[in-house]
Design a protein around this ligand. Sequence first.
Ligand code: HEM
Length: 171
Amino acid sequence: MAQEMRQARVDELVDPIAQHPGYDATESKIALWGHPLHAMTVAFPVALTFCAFGADALYLLSGETFWARAGVWAAGTAFLFGLAAGATGTMELLMVRGIRIRAPAWTHFVIAVLLLSLLGANWGYRIQGYEAAVLPYGILLSGFNVLMVMATGWHGGKLVFDYRLGTSKGS
Ligand code: HEM
């Protein structure tokens, strides 16, 4: 009896977020012919963040100036492409009601903005003397950025594959 009453009370509970009229409106709006721009742009900062760490590691091993120069270019382009990816993601977050209303989308935004500030720091730190900047702090920052970009990308993947955000419902 007590069990049934408890179940009846649970059945009465209403989730105001899930009841919102825009809850199921999660299709990407920032897309080209149905292909979400955020998914297309994130590949570049992810890859370039790994490249910056790779260039730093090769500088550490070889001492070649070439790798320090490659590191500053990779760090700079990771930041600039990261800003572009952040812009497409932010437009999606603000313009799509079913994305805007979900807390995990905002969690992703916070992690991503932290990542962007670290990518910017990694580039800015190298501008005045890219060779001297690599050891030890440049490579430490690059290594940390690799961990951060993995966390951001993993979390973004959860938004798409678990919550189905930014996906198409088909015709
Ligand atoms: C700064 C603001 C950002 C916001 C507001 C944002 C928002 C979102 C949203 C709403 C999604 C769900 C899919 C969609 O609607 O397109 C998503 C997916 C994703 N995000 Fe972000 N994002 C941001 C930055 C970034 C950055 C900087 C990265 C990595 C460099 C990143 C990596 C990803 C990945 C890997 C996915 C999954 C894409 C897929 O598998 O299709 N995001 N993001």
